[in-house]
Ligand binder design. Structure first.
Ligand SMILES: Nc1ncnc2c1ncn2[C@@H]1O[C@H](COP(=O)(O)OP(=O)(O)O)[C@@H](O)[C@H]1O
Ligand SMILES: [Mg+2]
Length: 277
């Protein structure tokens, strides 16, 4: 599959939806791994700056442990940075008080590798998708039911999925349910953290295509995280390469693919085959 011929809404690519500046996250280590008393620290995100323009997909690629998930969680303020600044929609995210943050959070959602990993297996799909609607929207029960059915259709699932339980679905279908939940509040921006890494290649390609279709339909902006260069190249408008907490290279997908500047980017390109599926 190739990105050639893919339509990108160039006219809206000039406005920054997200601006990250000098972001740092240090995790203290409680104990030395060598058994001594020396306390160390992990600079999981180490002075990272970049923008994401409205309507684009920024791919974030790097090996396991390079700090990708930490960066994604910092941007949504699921964890607090050590220092640095984040602005979303021209608002200083780190200065937002809890009620402002609640409002801003409606506009920014996350899709995980396994959307059901942390959920109660006794919850029906309709309850999983209803949760953000109940927290953030005052809707009548029939209106909510209608919205849940609409969301299921949007992600390519049958309405009957609503009454079923997570374990009744395949990995790809579960990821569709996770996407439906993320879309419930009509966000502008979605962090997709390795959304296809747990799936077979062909199922993963379907989910990637669904994400691309939803982007066109709803004008979404993505930070798409993956350790796989082919997957990132397929979906991303631009690519940021992360290595040991730093973004070592950032550029358009053709620039990164054809003229990689950093040796680590070259090794990522060499380590992976040309095709996604
Ligand atoms: N809550 C935490 N406490 C301590 N260290 C953490 C925590 N979360 C992540 N780390 C460390 O930060 C580094 C980056 O992790 P992570 O962001 O999960 O990388 P990636 O998503 O690229 O695999 C790793 O060394 C990891 O062990
Ligand atoms: Mg991760």
């Amino acid at each position: 599959m190739s990105i050639r011929g893919r339509f990108f809404p160039v006219s809206i690519l000039f406005v920054s939806l997200l601006e990250v500046r000098n972001l740092i996250k240090v995790f203290p280590l409680g104990e030395s791994v060598f058994g001594g008393n020396a306390k160390g620290e992990v600079r999981a995100v180490d002075d990272v700056s970049f923008d994401i323009k409205s309507g684009e997909t920024l791919g974030l690629v790097g090996e396991s442990g390079s700090g990708k998930s930490t960066l994604g969680r910092l941007i949504l303020r699921l964890i607090e940075p050590t220092s640095g600044s984040i602005s979303f929609n021209s608002r200083d995210l780190l200065a937002a008080n809890p009620s402002e943050m609640r409002r801003l959070r409606r506009g920014m959602q996350i899709i995980f590798q396994d959307p059901f990993g942390s959920l109660d297996p006794r919850m029906r799909v309709e309850d999983v998708i209803a949760e953000p609607l109940i927290i953030h929207e005052s809707m009548s029960a029939p209106a909510r039911r209608q919205r849940i059915e609409e969301l299921l259709r949007v992600v390519g699932l049958d309405e009957s999925a609503a009454r079923r339980f997570p374990h009744e679905f395949s990995g790809g279908q579960r990821q569709r349910i996770g996407i439906a939940r993320a879309l419930a509040l009509r966000p502008k921006f979605i962090v997709a953290d390795e959304p296809v890494s747990a799936l077979d290649v062909s199922v993963g390609a379907q989910i990637v295509n669904l994400l691309a279709q939803l982007q066109r339909e709803f004008g979404l902006t993505y930070l798409f995280i993956s350790h796989s260069m082919p997957v990132v190249r397929y979906l991303a408008t631009r690519i940021a390469v992360m290595y040991r907490g730093k973004i070592v290279e950032i550029g358009t997908t053709p620039q990164i693919s054809m003229q990689p500047q950093h040796p680590y980017t070259r090794s990522l390109l060499q380590a992976t085959p040309e095709v996604v599926a």
